[in-house]
Design a protein around this ligand. Structure first.
Ligand code: B12
Length: 272
């Protein structure tokens, strides 16, 4: 019963019925039709990716919104107050790149936003690199982007993390033919070689590199990475190990330097 209609009925109702009618009418009023403000799926992705640490969180926000100047200022301030360069890369900048990738996948942002974030992030990484102490390299890796592919954002993140961890990185660049990779491996004799491919077409170059390494008798782990590959794909390739995240690169390098065979390393990494 609506509250306005109760007045006319008052005389006709028993005290109990009157009480029930008033209670029902008031509860209808006190249950307002104001929905709780729901968090949008886009905000949820951003909140999930945001680091808990407030300083890193501000870097994440600046990089994610593509604000290069603000990202640089925040990174500079943090470095000047003694923050660890690797912590900034891994904890503040890398989450921004991963989050913009997820936003893109779900259709909340487009390629220009991804590029702006990547640009802001790279500017921050450059500042961090200059603060990373020159130490004797623990080992080396040759990195490249698959033939025909120019997607390099993820490779650059992995490179920054590996350099920060004290490894020498020989970066061959983008769209590198398999023969150039093999020549470089013969020349520089790294502990590990890696390839990154973001397209289902370009990853096929790795199917050539594996057998070419085998033919040359070069027995080193070959990390295959990027959105178009996975564990199963890596297992089709001689020496292939799936490099899901930059940390995998560190783990593979450490194990290779300890003298573990590529097969042992693959087993360890792929069973995680
Ligand atoms: C940015 C982007 C671009 C930029 C690239 C800019 C640049 N300088 O890199 C531009 C605009 C140039 C571009 C162009 C194209 N793109 Co594009 N692009 C993307 C996008 C949006 C993001 C890719 C990215 O940077 N991801 C974020 C990084 C951080 O992830 P990542 O590379 O995987 O790296 C991580 C891991 O893999 C790992 N990792 C990487 N390397 C290494 C190495 C080691 C050693 C280790 C341990 C780990 C590791 O660590 C990283 C950090 O976590 C994707 C969509 C998507 N969501 O992936 C499409 C996407 C990859 N593009 C796509 C396509 C089709 C194209 C174009 C063909 C479009 C066109 N018609 O022209 C061209 C291709 C040009 C070419 N020949 O390569 C498709 C590929 C589809 C497919 N499966 O084949 C995608 C998936 C979009 C889609 N859904 O259709 N693109």
């Amino acid at each position: 019963m609506r509250l306005s209609s109760i007045g006319a009925e008052v005389g006709k109702l028993s005290p109990e019925d009157l009480f029930d009618s008033l209670a029902a009418a008031f509860s209808a009023i006190s249950a307002p039709e104001v929905e709780e403000k729901a968090i949008s799926p886009k905000d949820e992705i951003m909140a999930k990716g945001r680091p808990e640490d407030e300083e890193l969180g501000r870097m994440f926000d600046a990089a994610l919104s593509g604000n290069k100047k603000k990202t640089e200022d925040l990174v500079k301030d943090a470095l000047e107050s003694g923050a660890d360069a690797l912590k900034i890369v891994e904890g503040g900048l890398l989450p921004a790149a991963n989050t913009v990738g997820k936003l893109y996948d779900d259709g909340y942002v487009y390629v220009p936003e991804v590029l702006l974030t990547s640009d802001a992030m790279n500017a921050g990484i450059e500042l961090c690199k200059s603060r990373m102490p020159e130490v004797e390299a623990k080992g080396s890796i040759i990195m490249h982007i698959a033939d025909g592919d120019i997607h390099e954002i993820g490779k650059n993140i992995a490179k920054a993390v590996l350099i920060a961890k004290g490894y020498k990185v020989i970066d061959l660049g983008r769209s590198i033919p398999p023969s150039v990779v093999i020549e470089a491996v013969k020349k520089f004799k790294p502990n590990v070689v890696s390839g990154t491919a973001l397209m289902s077409t370009t990853r096929n170059a790795f199917k050539k590199i594996g057998p070419m390494l085998e033919k040359e008798g070069i027995d080193i782990p070959f990390i295959v990475a990027g959105g178009s590959v996975d564990k199963n794909f890596a297992e089709m390739i001689p020496y292939g190990i799936y490099g899901k995240v930059p940390q995998t690169g560190i783990d593979v390098l450490e194990s290779a330097i300890q003298g573990k065979s590529w097969k042992e390393i693959r087993k360890e990494i792929h069973s995680r």
